[in-house]
Design a protein around this ligand. Structure first.
Ligand SMILES: Cc1cc2nc3c(=O)[nH]c(=O)nc-3n(C[C@H](O)[C@H](O)[C@H](O)COP(=O)(O)OP(=O)(O)OC[C@H]3O[C@@H](n4cnc5c(N)ncnc54)[C@H](O)[C@@H]3O)c2cc1C
Ligand code: FES
Length: 253
């Protein structure tokens, strides 16, 4: 079930260049949300902008936390809002990550795909060992938050300014990482590399696809993804059938 709720912003601070950490009081949506889901946030600024999909980073007591990058009109508007102002939100949207009963979990995030893995780490921490691999272009964010969950955290950056110099899958390869299940979110090129990594080693992997969206509620075809379907291929809607898919089902080219 999805709801529209108008929530008071409790906090909105910059945590890295163009990256914002926002907490909104949303008692109804937060009560329904699970890790890996997203919400649609309405830029109510009088301009007819579509709602913007933003992943749920953490679920609190009546609150939701989001970490987002200001890239265009909608997210820049969100970045300018102050505590006490309100935002209209539709959610929770999408399927979320299935929580497995395995024992060794690998979380792999890239850039602005890192936030939804934080709530996932929180949900997995009592089930087994959690290794988190986070990749950034430069620097890092949310590192301490992941460490505070008790997970083992490993960082990679393209420019070597934080952790391993190179991409996050390169870091996993160099460390020979093994586990039972991978949960991943990030750019498509990274997710494809994660899918290949998992397949070679016989590890189950779930990928969260952050395709561009229009309506965000399954009413258009703005977010179709090709999925293997028996001997053929079918189109799925990322906003409605995803954003999380089994990596072996995705047609990657
Ligand atoms: C399921 C899902 C979850 C997401 N979660 C987050 C999140 O937690 N934090 C976050 O910062 N962003 C997230 N995004 C991306 C976010 O929705 C877009 O950055 C945002 O909609 C851009 O809106 P805008 O008005 O600021 O920019 P626009 O003016 O609409 O676009 C600015 C630039 O960003 C590009 N862009 C827009 N959407 C995407 C996209 N989905 N992927 C890549 N490029 C895009 C545009 O082509 C353009 O170049 C998510 C997207 C999806 C689909
Ligand atoms: S964005 Fe319209 S169907 Fe997914």
């Amino acid at each position: 079930m999805k709801l529209v709720e108008t929530g008071i912003i409790l906090k909105n601070t910059s945590v890295a260049p163009d990256i914002y950490d926002m907490t909104i009081r949303l008692p109804e949506i937060s009560a329904l949300a699970v890790c890996g889901q997203f919400v649609e946030v309405y830029p109510d600024n009088g301009v007819n902008l579509l709602a913007r999909p933003i992943s749920i980073c953490q679920i609190g007591d009546g609150t939701l936390r989001f970490v987002f990058q200001a890239v265009g009109a909608g997210t820049r508007l969100f970045s300018s809002l102050k505590a006490g102002q309100r935002l209209r939100v539709l959610g929770p949207c999408g399927n979320g990550y299935p929580i497995s009963e395995e024992k060794k979990f690998i979380l792999v995030g890239g850039g602005i795909g890192v936030p939804p893995l934080l709530e996932t780490a929180c949900r997995l921490k009592d089930k087994g060992e959690v290794d988190v691999f986070l990749g950034f272009r430069s620097g890092s964010f949310l590192r301490e938050d992941f460490e505070n969950t008790g997970a083992n955290v490993y960082i990679a950056s393209d420019d070597g300014s934080a952790g391993f110099k190179g991409n996050v899958v390169g870091l996993m390869e160099s460390a020979g990482v093994q586990g039972d299940v991978i949960y991943s979110c990030g750019p498509r090129i990274m997710l494809k590399a994660v899918a290949e990594y998992a397949e070679k080693r016989g590890i189950k992997a779930y990928v969260s696809m952050e395709e561009r969206m229009a309506c965000g509620i399954g009413a258009c075809v703005g977010c179709t993804l090709k999925i293997k379907d028996g001997n053929g291929i079918s189109n799925k809607k990322v906003c409605k059938d995803g954003p999380v898919f089994d990596s072996r089902e995705v047609v990657w080219q």
